[in-house]
Design a protein. Structure first.
Length: 81
């Protein structure tokens, strides 16, 4: 059980690091925003930014759903052994 707890803690630490970068936007997002600001007028930029935010939300939701299924599978495995 200690090994599983250690693996889970490692997984959570990894997820937290990735989420921190996501929350701040990361370098790639900042780079994309600068590019869009330089190439688009204000109205088009706001439309592109809105679309990007929707895409990020959808991706986050899919990741959360996949994580829930994974955790559920681990829990079933633990309780059946």
């Amino acid at each position: 059980m200690k090994k599983i707890a250690g693996l889970y803690r490692s997984f959570l630490n990894e997820q937290d690091e990735q989420f921190q970068e996501y929350r701040t936007g990361g370098e790639k997002l900042e780079e994309l925003q600068k590019f869009l600001k330089s190439k688009l007028n204000a109205e088009d930029y706001f439309v592109a930014e809105e679309m990007l935010n929707e895409l990020m939300s959808a991706t986050e939701e899919k990741g959360f759903t996949a994580g829930c299924k994974y955790i559920s599978g681990v829990a079933k495995e633990l309780f059946t052994e």
